[in-house]
Design a protein around this ligand. Sequence first.
Ligand code: PSU
Ligand code: MN
Length: 309
Amino acid sequence: MKLRDLLIVAPEVQEALAKGQAVVALESTIIAHGMPFPKNLETALRVEARIREEGAIPATIAIINGHLRVGLNAEELELFGREGQKAAKVSRRDIPFVLAKQQNGATTVASTMIIAAMAGIKVFATGGIGGVHRGATTTLDISADLQELAQTSVAVVSAGAKSILDLGLTLEYLETHGVPVIGYQTDHFPAFYTRSSGLEVNYRVDAPKDIAKVLQYKWGMGLHGGVLVANPIPEQFSLSPAVIESKIEAALSEAHAQEIMGKALTPFLLAKIESLTAGSSLAANIELVLNNARLGAQIAVELAKKEEN
Ligand code: PSU
Ligand code: MN
């Protein structure tokens, strides 16, 4: 089996990479499992458009018919939008199984990072990353996203992580594994729907070109691994911390009562919170993803400029 038969990079993305132009990777689990149809598809298309507006090329990543795909067209995005929770959620451990069966799979942060790195894409924008779940001291539920950030050299732009997670433990885990957490124009780690978790980031960086500079030094010296860029939701779209916390607690106790575990837990909580907030969390989610797409594109553009020299 040859990698070139397995990995299919869309011509536009391939051309941009060959010319050293800016490319931003996007995940497909956020489409299939993170938002309901048709908002998920609409958002996926808007995110790609936002990246183009900033002068970068979007590359949504997924597994289709047993191929690793980098750069999807509108019909392919729609496929994942419509399949929703029926599409397999594919993290690092799942990739070979979906390939072997020639199936389709929606890639998480972890598997999107793996495939982006294979294609030579260095910047990836999403909504929120997986992390250490609340109660992980007994359940050991820690997302494979964190381990991926430890080993795969891609910068992930997110709005922090939802407080369905234990954000303090998530930051500790990243510290142990040497993953730097950059706050974009903030000193605090954002909590997805809200601009601050009250926890501090490792470094505050205020300009995309300075983030690109750090990436250039890190990878230029051969220091492998990811970087987490935490970009707070714009003020006007952020939700009330007290309201969102009560919904998160209700969703968590529902998950506990129904004994939801493993890979089903995150999608269950995302859907539950959305229904409990009557869609206001979805509106916030969409805005923060667009905001991350823009920052991801700006960083990719700056990185491409630096690599020219
Ligand atoms: N958190 C979100 N939205 C998402 C996800 C997480 O706010 O869509 C998705 C991402 O694809 C992430 C995955 O990589 O869930 C993490 O799942 P788990 O906790 O099972 O590793
Ligand atoms: Mn898990």
